[in-house]
Design a protein around this ligand. Structure first.
Ligand code: PEP
Ligand code: MN
Length: 265
């Protein structure tokens, strides 16, 4: 398999810019809201987070919601907001691609295209992303085994795109006290099995803001190459995933608290 780590092989570096590189010495932090809601929201996020430093911004414009009646994302209008925040704040942006038909317009703006959990085994989408010409953030499926996760990444790489970052975001289990169960064992295993960078999303893993920071630290301590964390200028007002959103102040404090952990490993 192309993504399997062979003896003594160098890690794949996935670059969003000359400074933002997954798999290198530095841990990469991605922060931002679940959904892009307004220009003002994204400007506030960019302003507060770029000093933290947070290296890239996240924000969904096409949202995979459980119910068709829930907010589905701002779509094209959201993408324009993302393009503007990227340009004005000189910061890479990450957004989710749900369909082959969205690839072209999203790739024109985003520096990293996210494949969400619900699409981890959408094989036609994965094959098409092999030709997207942009790095891909592949999130682990809701109940995907490590082997299935690696198989999904192999689809993208074997179709022509070696720039893949894996993301552990929690898996389904019997207890729904936390939204999902963060599988840090998988992070350690993936780092041994593949040369691709591995990051962690503690927000979707736990689903409760008060549990995010300790797990973010644990993820770095066990070797994750980065984090993707949801935060919002007014967390309680978030249109989607409000319960897990950190305030921007808490996000900045978390980023600072990660520095000694990253330095220790
Ligand atoms: C998200 O990042 O907002 C998201 C929907 O993530 P996941 O696919 O991990 O549920
Ligand atoms: Mn979300």
């Amino acid at each position: 398999q192309l993504i399997a780590k062979k003896h003594d092989q160098d890690m794949t570096l996935v670059s969003l810019s000359s400074e933002v590189i997954f798999g290198g010495e530095e841990v990469v932090i991605i922060g931002g809201p679940c959904s892009v809601e307004s220009q003002e929201q994204m400007d506030t996020v960019a302003e507060k987070l770029s000093a933290a430093p947070v290296q890239a911004l996240r924000g969904g414009v096409y949202k995979p919601r459980t119910l068709p009646y829930s907010f589905q994302g701002l779509g094209q209008a959201g993408l324009e907001i993302l393009a503007r925040v990227r340009r004005e704040h000189q910061i890479p942006v990450v957004t989710e691609v749900m369909a082959i038909a969205q690839i072209e317009e999203l790739a024109a703006v985003a520096d990293l295209l996210q494949v969400g959990s619900r699409n981890m085994q959408n094989f036609d989408l994965l094959k098409a992303l092999g030709q997207a010409g942009k790095p891909i953030l592949l999130k682990r499926g809701l109940a995907a085994t490590i082997e299935e996760f690696l198989g999904a990444a192999e689809y993208i790489v074997s179709h022509g795109n070696p720039q893949v970052v894996l993301c552990e975001r929690g898996i389904r289990s019997f207890d729904n006290f936390t939204r999902n169960v963060l599988d840090l064992g998988a992070v350690v295993a993936l780092k041994q099995l593949t040369h691709l960078p591995v990051i962690v999303d503690p927000s979707h893993a736990v689903g409760k803001r008060e549990l995010v920071a300790p797990l973010a630290k644990a993820a770095i301590a066990c070797g994750a190459d980065g984090l993707i964390i949801e935060c919002h200028p007014e967390p309680e007002q978030s249109i989607s995933d409000a319960r897990q959103a950190l305030s921007l102040e808490d996000m900045v404090a978390l980023v600072h608290s990660l520095q000694p952990v990253a330095a220790a490993i």
